[in-house]
Design a protein around this ligand. Structure first.
Ligand SMILES: [Zn+2]
Length: 121
């Protein structure tokens, strides 16, 4: 395990267990397991549903101010404002999806470690 703390590795693309292997090979190409320690990232179908919901919520919350600004401040037509909003979601959605998945993996590791420590007590 490297010297990185759990919090430092939350947004880095490194395994939550060993903090060395990469979780994503490229921007959105998810590895099934860690290349360093072999830790399995893809555990079951729907394992990252919570991460997807978080990414969707953040994307939606980011899109709302753009929609409101376009309609009320710049007085654009509603279809144009909706087009801008959809464009914003298409651009930021994958970014939020990647980082919510990284946070989900690290939070899971931290919670698992916490449970193991509680069992030892
Ligand atoms: Zn690893």
């Amino acid at each position: 395990m490297t010297d990185k703390t759990q919090k430092q590795s939350y947004f880095s693309n490194q395994c939550g267990k060993c903090r060395t292997g990469e979780i994503f090979s490229y921007f959105l190409l998810f590895n099934r397991k860690c290349s360093h320690c072999g830790h399995l990232f893809e555990k079951e179908e729907g394992h990252y549903l919570g991460a997807m919901i978080i990414a969707y919520l953040i994307s939606s919350l980011m899109a709302l101010p753009i929609l409101l600004l376009a309609v009320f401040k710049y007085e654009t037509d509603f279809p144009v404002a909706m087009g801008l909003t959809v464009l914003e979601i298409l651009i930021t959605g994958p970014i939020f999806y990647r980082y919510s998945k990284l946070v989900w993996i690290h939070a899971e590791e931290r919670f698992t470690d916490y449970l193991h420590e509680e069992k030892k007590k």
